[in-house]
Design a protein around this ligand. Structure first.
Ligand code: NI
Length: 139
């Protein structure tokens, strides 16, 4: 990002600003500008990663029952198909039946969406979510 700084003003309801400041302090922010910068980055990532197919990094989180027929093998097979964009996989045995997997993915937005959809829609996956954390130009 460019290192030039621009100051700007904004008009908001007093109650909204007080609520915002209270939550920001509770989270540990020491000034309003830092919160606004973080929110702007979050807004850009949330709205830009798949629109412009930017290079992005994120995580796919899955919860599944490993007793589901062939599911573990199918999830492993999908991950092999996308080995070029999968950086690492963390597997936790949650209990006797269920597993949590967090898969770190890096590539163009559409690739991340494609591998996430393949994993999340595999029959037997109970919960799944792709979280894109950063896009090119914001780091
Ligand atoms: Ni497991």
């Amino acid at each position: 990002m460019a290192d030039m700084v621009t100051r700007f003003g904004a008009s908001v309801d007093t109650g909204l600003l007080q609520h915002f400041d209270k939550l920001a302090r509770a989270k540990g922010y020491t000034n309003r500008s830092e919160v606004i910068r973080d929110l702007m980055r979050e807004f850009i990532v949330a709205n830009e990663w798949n629109l412009d197919d930017k290079r992005s990094i994120g995580t796919v989180t899955l919860v599944y029952n490993h007793h589901a027929v062939d599911l573990s093998e199918r999830l492993t097979s999908i991950q092999h198909d996308y080995h070029a964009i999968i950086i690492s996989t963390l597997h936790i045995h949650l209990d006797c039946d269920n597993c949590l997997e967090v898969i770190i993915v890096k590539g163009h937005g559409k690739q991340l969406e494609e591998v996430a959809n393949a994993l999340i829609t595999a029959k037997g996956v109970l919960l799944g979510r792709l979280v894109v954390t950063a896009v090119d130009g914001l780091l």
